[in-house]
Design a protein around this ligand. Structure first.
Ligand SMILES: [Fe+2]
Ligand SMILES: [Fe+2]
Length: 385
């Protein structure tokens, strides 16, 4: 992300330095301002790619800076994504302002949370500038283009269509048939997935917008198989471990659909499964590598504050590329900190990709290939299924 500039406004100089350190790989220039007046001066000097404003400043309320940007449009900064931060953010605040800003960050936060918010904010800048990287795709989703009728198509991976009615409008979702090429034979899995999704989304209309962001390229067999296989394998493994409750199935369904939501339909990026693969990839730009590295956090950020989504799903999404040997990303945590549900999802994700890449796959070959994953009780148990 070289060439990018960030304005950060906070009255604590230590905090300004901390933010600078956190984002130095992503932003070529980080301009710091410690007061409202200083921030206004900086905004008059240049256009920024993102702005991070603390609300609780010692010389007033950070909202004054935001109002200044909107009213006076200094250097066209009125279109720049703004992330607000504060130690006093509560649910009410988030509810009221979440659509007004590119991000809301409660202090204290982890460096990864800041990076993920900025990544999403930069995605919004790109969308404005019609750039090519598809962080939050503006392209119409496949479902939006297709008729709202139940149908079977001739595509390689047969898919089903369900209709979900909302108050005034109807949207349709592509439901990947979880039994296609699937290693586990589970009775009525497709029907159960349909009914859980219908119920979940019908009850919680806020989820509608989220599911609309799932972008699927129908011609891409990877895309068409990945989610369905994930649902099949996570469910199959958890059943065999006697964790096959409806709640667990629901968590895995949501995680399967939403874990890569920040990548849009970029299959090339979605296929990368380890830190080493990111480092070794010669066909990826620095920006794409950064996007891959942070997409788990960015996807989690996109679903946060949705109370309808269980906390376990947030954790699965955040950890879906971690590895038990600590060589995963973005946090490089090892099996001791990866939760049991995440362990199932991680192994299922690797197996799903393995099945897609090798039509002659076998469970033994998979276990051999990933024998370094046999670390810690959860992973050992999952791999023994
Ligand atoms: Fe991913
Ligand atoms: Fe994935």
């Amino acid at each position: 992300m070289s060439g990018k500039s960030l304005l950060v406004v906070d009255d604590e100089s230590m905090f300004l330095d901390l933010v600078e350190q956190c984002v130095e790989d992503d932003f070529e220039s980080v301009v710091k301002a410690s007061s409202i007046e200083e921030a206004k001066d900086k905004l008059m000097e240049r256009m920024f790619d993102a702005i991070l404003v603390d609300i609780d400043l010692s010389d007033g309320n950070g909202a004054e800076i935001i109002k200044y940007i909107k009213d006076w449009k200094p250097c066209d900064n009125d279109g720049t994504p703004i992330i607000v931060m504060s130690g006093l953010i509560n649910e009410q605040f988030e509810k009221k302002f979440k659509d007004k800003f590119a991000g809301i960050l409660a202090k204290p936060f982890k460096p990864g949370d800041l990076q993920a918010k900025l990544l999403i904010a930069l995605g919004k800048t790109k969308r404005r500038k019609a750039a090519d990287l598809n962080l939050t795709s503006d392209k119409p989703t496949v479902s939006a283009e297709r008729p709202l009728v139940e149908e079977k198509t001739q595509s390689k991976a047969p898919d089903k269509k369900i209709q979900i009615k909302f108050q005034e409008e109807e949207i349709s979702l592509d439901i990947f048939d979880p039994e296609v090429n699937a290693p586990f034979k589970i009775e009525n899995l497709g029907k159960r997935v349909d009914s859980i999704l219908k119920k979940k989304i019908q009850q919680n209309t806020k989820l509608k917008e989220l599911f609309k962001k799932i972008t699927v390229n129908r011609d891409d067999p990877y895309m068409m198989n990945h989610i369905g296989l994930l649902i099949n394998i996570t469910t199959g493994i958890s059943k065999q471990m006697d964790w096959g409750s409806e709640q667990t199935l629901e968590k895995f369904i949501l995680a399967s659909y939403l874990h890569d939501i920040s990548l849009g339909d970029n299959t090339k990026l979605a296929k990368i499964n380890s830190k080493k693969e990111i480092e070794d990839a010669t066909d990826l730009s620095t920006e794409e590598k950064k996007l891959v590295e942070l997409h788990s956090l960015a996807s989690k950020t996109l679903i946060e504050n949705k109370r309808e989504i269980p906390q376990d799903v947030h954790t699965i999404i955040e950890q879906h590329h971690e590895l038990p040997n600590g060589r995963g990303f973005p946090n490089g945590i090892d099996h001791k900190r990866i939760t049991p549900l995440s362990s199932i999802f991680i192994v299922s994700h690797l197996l799903a990709d393995y099945i897609i890449s090798d039509p002659n796959w076998s469970a033994d070959k998979f276990v051999m290939k990933y024998k370094t994953l046999q670390k810690g009780p959860h992973f050992r148990k999952v791999l023994s299924v």
